[in-house]
Ligand binder design. Structure first.
Ligand SMILES: NC(=O)c1ccc[n+]([C@@H]2O[C@H](COP(=O)([O-])OP(=O)(O)OC[C@H]3O[C@@H](n4cnc5c(N)ncnc54)[C@H](O)[C@@H]3O)[C@@H](O)[C@H]2O)c1
Length: 252
């Protein structure tokens, strides 16, 4: 028996990287998948590939920082599949690295909007749909950058710290409604974006491998497996938790 048989799952940022891998593992586990992304080209591609593999999939274009588009995204999912069972809030963006006192207010607020406010907005409408369905599960994607500080990356690390608190507070609030809310915190993952950075700066690969205790970067599918577990009924007594999937980076 597949662990997400007959579940309707929404994945934000499903067009590329970790989000795409989450869509693929959800599909493998029997879910119908709503792929949400503001990049229509990559989002359509994920949905088309899932459909080609026999999965019920729907692409919805939405910018998660725009409340009307988030509302429409959840409505499109429910209209198409009849309900929502699970959601993974994976999409995030930030820009710039540098000394804390040199960040512009625009770049600080950009990270908060695109990595924290987007998650809250998504949850706002997902929770309404899950309540209407009698319960469900949400998994937010955080980052190890939020766990012990990330020098020269303060806005993003701060936003992801907010995602952790959002996860725990909402889990406490919604447990009696049958909605479990957890977070997965990736270490360094070999996404196409990270691979491109390595290709341009070959010297950094060793350093990135050394960030984990196991001596390598993670694969997007290794994050996706944890997300699928949290969504499944196998995690029925788990809520408000933050799981680092990082090859032991946090214990190194
Ligand atoms: N790659 C890593 O090593 C790593 C490490 C720690 C945490 N993370 C987290 O994992 C998640 C996925 O990261 P990734 O590396 O796969 O990213 P990615 O950039 O490869 O993919 C993100 C996807 O989200 C979409 N997206 C971004 N903002 C959006 C918005 N406002 N509305 C709609 N779509 C939006 C993009 O179009 C893209 O398809 C993020 O939350 C990131 O912070 C990644």
């Amino acid at each position: 028996m597949k662990s997400l048989e007959d579940k309707i799952v929404l994945v934000t940022g499903g067009g590329s990287g970790i989000g795409r891998a989450i869509c693929e593992v959800m599909a493998r586990e029997g879910a119908s998948v709503v792929v949400a992304d503001f990049n229509a080209e990559v989002g359509e591609q994920t949905a088309a590939d899932l459909k080609a593999g026999g999965t019920n999939a729907l692409f919805v274009q939405a910018d998660l920082t725009k409340e009307d588009q988030v509302e429409a995204m959840v409505k499109a999912a429910v209209d198409h599949f009849g309900r929502l069972d699970c959601a993974c809030n994976n999409a995030a963006l930030s820009r710039g690295r540098g000394a804390i006192e040199e960040f512009s207010r625009e770049d600080f607020e950009f990270a908060l909007e695109y990595s924290l406010t987007n998650t809250w907005l998504s949850m706002k409408y997902e929770i309404a749909a899950l309540r209407a369905n009698g319960g469900g599960a949400i998994v937010n994607i955080s980052s190890n950058a939020s766990l012990r500080g990330d020098a020269f990356n303060t806005p993003y690390a701060t936003a992801k710290g907010g995602v952790n608190t959002l996860t725990k507070s909402s889990a406490a609030e919604l447990a009696r409604a049958g909605i479990r809310i957890n977070a997965v915190s990736p270490g360094v993952i070999r996404t196409p974006g990270v691979q491109k950075y390595i290709d341009e700066n070959p010297d950094v690969e060793k350093q990135l491998n050394k960030a984990s205790a196991v001596g390598r970067m993670g694969e997007p599918s290794e994050i996706a497996e944890a997300v699928a577990f949290f969504c499944s009924d196998r995690a029925s007594f788990i809520t408000g938790q933050l799981l680092s999937v990082d090859g032991g980076a946090t214990v190194k």
